[in-house]
Design a binder for this molecule. Structure first.
Ligand code: 28F
Length: 689
């Protein structure tokens, strides 16, 4: 049994996976192949019919462990339901069968998505007498077509795969299909049909699929609500990513109480990513005034791609937003790699052409991308995603397709405006020089500073000279500090014990912050300065890991620390340095086997999977200080065995994050009370009531 088995499928150093986790997936279901010959009379433009569906088992696993399918039951997971549904409509649009998609949020919390595509097949399913293809798709997990290219042009959601998960997690769901001038309807609740497939009647000028659903309060909590602003942004993003579809937004005014978004809107952006990027960098100073963009469309969509790139001259870091088949790939992947290589090689060749190739000698892709705001969207058939998080593209062909296309466009763009090209070349070379200068400074400062710098007495520093590979564990109290110091790897792991509660900087004055010994010690240990003085190159550690007890107090201290970093060192978060350790809450022993569980749900899961249902002895850790150093190392600190949660703020969620931190940590208790009220059911799930 490997360590990661002890912690089940937690994605190492990433947030929960959005895809079914292979390890904890339901028992291997029976695959039922349709009959070879097409049963007579099966309709469908592309000759597609129910018999092509490879059917797997029911939806019970989805309700039992929703986290395996949508990454949790929090707000992000709730909005994943919408993503699954609209991705199916987008598949129809990208495949050329739909031209509009309607999204409507009702006061009741019901959300409906309607497309004018071909409509989900309703012909009888040959393997399930008395059930239609529609019902089979809605009520069976992974009911999707064979990965046969004629069916899957460049589908993001695999046409019907995700929709059954949405059905399982909705307490009320209604599907309407208009196909062959006939309107059909069927209703469901929690994955089970609550009506037969009804033929509602003849329809003349309507075709496509409508899904109207209400998330199940038993899964997401009674207070769970769709956030209109988030739905609005998600719907708008789809229209930017595929100019061939019009997306119509409608939201009940009652849900918008003074929010800044419209009750109705129509999104159609033929300008595509160029418009999307222009909106994102609106008004910012650029190194070269116009956006470098391009688009390659292939018949059937496979191999199509679009990009839009600008270099910010504001001193801000750049960002890369990439997509595959209109699905966000938050962790990048092969397509982004192809883009980076194309830009570097294009610049290098340009330097050579103007006899300045020497200047590019030290330039890396990091320097080219340092202040680059890039958007990239690819369409490929049957994309492969890396690992379980499903938001990193692994399809190797994508790197080549993107590099060739972008390189071509870039060569023309550079040749087309020599003055701009020279400015970009100068800018990029400056970035490289700056990076090298900082690295030198850092090595020097690290060595001298460690001697000279008045490091806080409580810091047990690591012996590593550079920041690369070094980690700082921030722990609460001296007993946890003691265990951590014994458990650590002294070469690469430093420990800073903080005593007691941390100042809540969300409503503290600068003076109070300066007077707070804890936070001053922390800032000293980190070495990178606070606020506008922050310099990422001076940060003395590569990873800053908050390791507090697995109890409510620990969670409170962790949120106070995250508030401190968010307010005083946001770039430390943006650069991916901040993590949360995941110490175990329980130790399970039985029959010579030991496993550690992070919470009650995980304990149950391990009893079922590791202990095969046999009741193990369960020990609860009162705090890190309680743990033997060897256990602390094995479960929480050793990079080979531990799981870490990386603190990530998505580029387009910054405002939302600032708003949430203010509401939760600010000095307006009524705003906090409202926030908690809205999510009371989540707390209910957590508290043993
Ligand atoms: C509001 C959500 O789900 N739209 C969809 C289609 C169209 C077809 C389809 C969907 C059987 C199992 C492959 C129709 N005719 N909107 C949607 N529109 N699924 S979902 O086929 C499902 C097949 O997977 C469709 C011919 N080919 C495909």
């Amino acid at each position: 049994m490997t360590d990661s088995d002890l912690f089940g499928d937690f994605g190492n150093e990433r947030l929960r996976p959005l895809a079914p986790a292979a390890k904890a997936a339901p028992p291997a279901p029976k695959a039922v192949q349709g009959p070879a010959a097409r049963p007579p009379g099966t309709p469908g433009e592309s000759g597609y019919s129910a018999s092509d569906i490879e059917v797997l088992e029911g939806l019970e696993p989805v309700r039992r462990r929703p986290g395996m399918y949508i990454g949790g039951t929090d707000e992000k997971a709730l909005h994943h339901l919408f993503a699954e549904v609209i991705d199916n409509s987008m598949d129809e649009a990208v495949a050329g069968h739909a031209t509009f998609i309607e999204v409507e949020l009702e006061a009741s919390g019901h959300l409906s998505v309607t497309d004018n595509g071909r409509g989900i097949p309703v012909d009888p399913h040959p393997k399930f007498p008395g059930r239609s293809a529609l019902e089979v798709i809605m009520t069976t997990l992974h009911a999707g077509g064979k990965f046969d290219s004629k069916v899957y042009e460049t589908s993001g959601g695999l046409h019907g795969v995700g929709i059954s998960v949405v059905n399982a997690l909705s307490d009320d769901l209604e599907v309407e299909v208009a196909r062959a001038q006939t309107l059909y309807r069927q209703t469901f609740s929690r994955g089970l049909a609550t009506s037969k497939l009804e033929t509602v009647g003849r329809v003349q000028n309507r075709r496509g699929t409508k899904v109207r659903f209400h998330p199940d309060a038993h899964i997401f909590g009674a207070g769970a609500r769709f956030d209109p602003a988030r739905l609005f942004r998600m719907a708008r993003s789809k229209a930017y990513l595929f100019g061939g579809v019009e997306i119509r937004w409608k939201c009940d005014p009652a849900l918008l109480e003074g929010r800044e978004i419209a009750t109705e809107a129509v999104f159609r952006f033929p300008g595509g990513l160029k418009d999307y990027l222009a909106r994102d960098i609106d008004g910012k100073d650029l190194v070269v005034e116009n956006i470098f963009s391009g688009k390659i469309t292939k018949p059937g969509g496979h191999g199509s791609l679009e990009w839009a790139i600008a270099w910010l001259a504001t001193g801000e870091d750049g960002f890369s937003s990439s997509y595959c088949n209109t699905i966000p790939t938050g962790d990048g992947g092969t397509h982004e790699q192809g883009l980076r290589v194309a830009l570097l090689r294009g610049l290098r060749d340009h330097a050579e052409r103007i006899g300045q190739s020497k200047r590019m000698a030290n330039v890396t892709t990091d320097d080219v991308m340092a202040t680059c705001a890039a958007m990239l969207s690819v369409f490929i058939r049957e994309p492969e995603f890396q690992g379980q998080t499903k938001d990193k593209l692994a399809t190797l062909e994508a790197a080549r397709i993107v590099e060739n296309a972008v390189r071509d466009g870039f060569d023309h763009w550079l040749a087309g405006s020599p003055a701009q090209a020279t400015r970009l070349l100068d800018w990029t070379v400056d970035r490289a020089d700056e990076r090298l200068r900082r690295r030198l400074e850092k090595e020097v400062s690290r060595k001298t500073a460690t001697r000279k710098l008045r490091l806080p007495g409580k810091l047990a520093d690591c012996s590593n000279a550079g920041a690369a590979g070094s980690e700082l564990f921030i722990v609460e109290g001296d007993s946890a500090g003691g265990s951590a110091k014994q458990a650590r790897n002294r070469a690469t792991q430093a420990v800073l014990p903080l005593r007691g509660k941390i100042l809540n900087v969300a409503n503290a004055t600068r003076d109070k912050l300066n007077a707070n010994q804890q936070l001053q010690d922390l800032a000293l240990a980190l070495g990178c300065g606070l606020g506008s003085q922050y310099r990422d190159d001076d940060l003395r550690y590569d990873k800053v890991i908050i390791m507090t007890d697995a109890d409510v107090d620990g969670a409170h201290i962790a949120s106070l620390l995250v508030t401190f970093f968010w307010r005083q060192m946001p770039k430390l978060i943006d650069k991916g340095h901040l993590y949360l350790a995941i110490p175990p809450l329980y130790r399970l022993n039985h029959g010579g086997k030991t496993a550690y569980a992070r919470d009650d749900a995980h304990k149950e899961e391990l009893i079922a999977t590791v202990f095969k249902g046999k009741k193990p002895d369960v020990g609860r850790f009162k705090g890190l200080g309680e743990m033997m150093p060897a256990q602390l190392k094995e479960t929480t600190m050793d990079p080979k065995a531990r799981n870490l949660l990386k603190v990530v703020v998505e580029h387009d969620a910054r405002d939302e994050t600032a708003d949430t931190v203010e509401r939760l940590m600010g000095n307006k208790p009524e705003a906090r009370f409202l926030f908690i009220q809205e999510r009371a059911a989540f707390a209910a799930d957590l508290v043993d009531i």
